[in-house]
Design a protein around this ligand. Structure first.
Ligand code: ZN
Ligand code: ZN
Length: 125
């Protein structure tokens, strides 16, 4: 079960809706591999093959991409040896940073002010 998060900036009014968590579908390793972009799949597959099933965890996390200035859902894989593999930005393929949490405000990728917040809007599975 995952959450649909609404992310909004109070200063410039930019809004995004992103998925967080993981659905039932992602119990399957084929689905996990498919969640990553084409050029990342070989690496992800190799990491999963190394793991004892089901000693890996897959989730979507909300990240900020300062390259294409947007908030995106990025696939994240944590393997048995606690290695975290964070996918690239699904829009531009760039490196994502800063996790948006609901505890503190993040820096808005559009206007650069610390006024980005996230809240749960609904669920997906
Ligand atoms: Zn803003
Ligand atoms: Zn991007």
């Amino acid at each position: 079960m995952g959450e649909i998060m609404k992310v909004q900036c109070d200063v410039c009014g930019a809004k995004w809706e992103c998925m967080e968590g993981s659905g039932i579908l992602y119990g399957k390793k084929e689905s996990i591999i498919a969640a990553f972009s084409e050029r990342e799949r070989a690496q992800v597959a190799a990491r999963i093959e190394k793991s004892e099933i089901p000693a890996y965890d897959f989730t979507y996390r909300i990240m900020v991409c300062y390259h294409c200035r947007s908030v995106v859902s990025v696939p994240v894989l944590v393997t048995w040896d606690d290695e975290t593999y964070v996918g690239a930005c699904p829009s531009c393929g760039g490196k994502v940073s800063v996790l948006v949490s609901d505890m503190e405000k993040s820096v808005c990728p559009k206007c650069k002010s610390e006024s980005l917040w996230a809240k749960i809007e609904g669920h997906w599975d």
